[in-house]
Design a binder for this molecule. Structure first.
Ligand SMILES: [Zn+2]
Length: 322
């Protein structure tokens, strides 16, 4: 006979087990007052989940690459960091914030994808006990871009904020799905097909139903396309069917309702694809497209003028072969 019932009230057996595990975990979780969390630069969005919200800016010496949302997840025995911000200096700040949240060791540093504003703080977490985790295509993606990523970072950050910054590729690779147990709290990592980049990874925290989407989800800050617009739209439709209590975007607020959070980015990518396809059909050039595609979205996103031209170029290059 089953030790646990198949249903408990309205809870399925799986939900019941999850709730029971989480109740056991709760006393081990850190409690920070709102003021304390704010002082160290993080927000607690669910029990044991802390998010630092990056600025809607381009990388520069003043912001030290603080333009994306690194997170930490505290379990019963260890901590996982999700992304490490855009410089060694920012990584150190994040690590110091975590030591004020919990004294549990950081055993996993998970990178959601290759972009410098998510991986350049990795070196701050180099310890004997920390493993670096990423999509199975992440090592090759970082190796191919290492020189340009480092020289661009040095130029944009300046020597002070750049000092100590390294590219550290993952050694634990996610080919399909990987579960990481933080002690009573299991994270489910999934390698996704090419969308924002060719190495996007999502993380789901079963204890709270929190879905970390990395840069598959942008809000407020215009999405940046470095993979496949067709793939991204397809993946967002699929991800929207996955149930979650909340989603954490790579750029945007600390926490959002899911799947509603996906609607604006789906709208932008659809407008971009529709405009670019029409211009290709009408025999327009890539320069024509850069000047006018997706302009109806201009007032809806921060950094539109900075990133839309590159998005149009990427979309045009992909869609002209359809
Ligand atoms: Zn990105």
């Amino acid at each position: 006979m089953n030790k646990y019932p198949q249903t408990v009230g309205i809870l399925s057996r799986k939900d019941f087990l999850r709730a029971a595990a989480f109740a056991a975990l709760m006393p081990c979780l850190p409690r920070l007052s709102h003021a304390e969390a704010e002082r160290i630069g993080v927000l607690e969005i669910a029990p044991g989940i802390f998010v630092h919200v990056g600025k809607y800016q381009l990388v520069n010496a003043q912001n030290r690459g603080d333009i994306s949302n690194p997170c930490c997840i505290v379990g019963g025995s260890s901590v996982a960091v999700v992304d490490t911000s855009g410089s060694y200096a920012m990584g150190v700040e994040l690590r110091e914030a975590i030591t004020q949240i919990t004294d549990k060791p950081i055993r996993h540093v998970i990178n959601t994808h290759m972009h410098p504003d998510h991986v350049m703080g990795n070196a701050a977490f180099k310890t004997a006990e920390a493993e670096f985790v990423g999509h199975y295509k992440l090592p090759a993606a970082l190796a191919a871009r290492k020189e340009s990523y480092l020289s661009n970072a040095r130029q944009r950050l300046g020597e002070t904020a750049f000092a100590g910054t390294e590219i550290i590729p993952p050694t634990v690779l996610v080919r399909d799905t990987l579960e990481i147990d933080l002690g009573g709290r299991v994270l489910i990592l999934k390698a996704r097909p090419t969308a924002h980049t060719d190495n996007d990874l999502t993380i789901f925290d079963g204890a709270t139903g929190t879905f970390f989407l990395g840069d598959l989800l942008f809000s407020g800050h215009i999405p940046t396309l470095d993979g496949s617009i067709v793939g991204w739209l397809k993946l967002l439709s699929e991800l929207s069917l996955e149930k979650a209590e909340r989603a954490v975007p790579g750029h945007g607020p600390q926490s959002m309702a899911w799947p509603e959070a996906a609607e604006p980015i789906q709208r932008y990518l659809n407008v971009l694809a529709t405009d670019v396809r029409r211009m290709i059909r009408d025999g327009k050039t890539i320069e024509d497209a850069v000047a006018s595609a997706a302009q109806s979205e201009r007032d809806k996103w921060a950094l539109f003028d900075e990133h839309n031209p590159r998005n149009v170029t990427a979309a045009f290059t992909e869609l002209e072969w359809e």
